[in-house]
Design a protein around this ligand. Structure first.
Ligand code: R5P
Length: 292
């Protein structure tokens, strides 16, 4: 391990950062944050960065965190880093990638634009990319890491034939890839969203199966997974499980999903949560391309 090749991390991503540091063979140093009485933050780099510095923070509950990572990028450069890469296990604001109703902002462009001004590179797991299919317009090279190996691993271990189910057409790319990798059938439903906590999910005719694994990139209010589980139950599927990449889980989301009959729910560790069961640090470590 080279002394000054290190990742710099915020306290709220400490567990992920330590796992990444071990997997990539990089040192790790905490970024200090002082909160003033008026709510402003002072960000301080505690250890000198190498020429290339990696800044780690998962950006769920994003508004304050984004400002602080921008400041940390500035601090790293002032302290001597020539290249700064943001490692954001969860990248927020990707779903608002268009104006859906007149008067709205395109949050994806605003947030990616700010981050691209401050960072030379980005690594993130399964950002919600739909109408915009990659982040190459903002960050050179490949910045998004596929969650398919993690999700496909959730298929194995169950008894009998598993059906992989995506709630909507937006989930189709990774549902198809998970089905292929795990060699099992897959379907995607049709979702209509009426409000933040109100969706309708319709499923096509289902092939016979012993259990269904709902896969999705994000569980926020939980209603998408809950309504998909209810549709599966109506279609006669007896055991339903779920695997999500990013465990946002707003208050009551997990209870809502369990009430809908989901027997087991697993998530990756991009957002700390009791359902975390998939370790993403090894995938991130490989993507950094650091030679030991
Ligand atoms: C949207 O297309 C995403 O892939 C998820 O399905 C959605 O964000 C889940 O949100 P919620 O848990 O609030 O239904």
């Amino acid at each position: 391990m080279t002394a000054d090749r290190r990742i710099h991390y915020f306290d709220d991503s400490a567990a992920f950062a330590r796992a990444l540091s071990r997997a990539a063979g990089l040192g790790a140093a905490r970024v200090g944050v002082h909160r003033f009485p008026d709510g402003e933050s002072l960000v301080r780099i505690r250890r000198p960065p190498g020429r290339h510095a990696w800044l780690v923070r998962s950006l769920h509950d994003p508004n304050g965190k984004i400002l602080e990572v921008l400041m940390a990028a500035d601090a790293l450069r002032r302290a001597g880093a020539r290249r700064v890469t943001l490692v954001a296990p969860y990248l927020p604001y990707m779903r608002q990638d268009a104006v859906f109703r007149p008067g709205e902002a395109v949050s994806q462009q605003v947030v990616c634009g700010m981050l691209a001004d401050a960072f030379d590179g980005l690594r993130t797991l399964e950002p919600h990319l739909h109408r915009v299919s990659d982040l190459g317009g903002y960050f050179p090279g490949r910045s998004s890491i596929s969650s398919v190996p993690l999700l496909a691993a959730c298929v194995s271990g169950g008894r009998g034939r598993t059906l992989v189910v995506g709630p909507d057409e937006e989930s189709e790319p990774w549902v198809r890839a998970v089905g292929r990798r795990a060699r099992c059938p897959w379907v995607v439903g049709n979702k209509k969203r009426m409000g933040d906590r109100s969706v309708e999910v319709r499923l096509p005719d289902l092939p016979g199966c012993d259990r269904a694994l709902i896969v999705d990139d994000i569980a926020s209010s939980g209603v998408t997974i809950a309504q998909t589980a209810r549709a599966l139950a109506r279609a006669g599927v007896r055991r339903v499980e779920a695997a999500v990449v990013h465990a946002i889980f707003a208050p009551h989301a997990l209870a809502e999903i369990r009430r809908a009959g989901v027997r087991r729910i697993r998530s990756s560790d991009t957002i700390p949560h009791p359902t975390n069961a998939m370790r993403s640090a090894p995938l991130f470590a490989r993507s950094l391309g650091v030679r030991r």
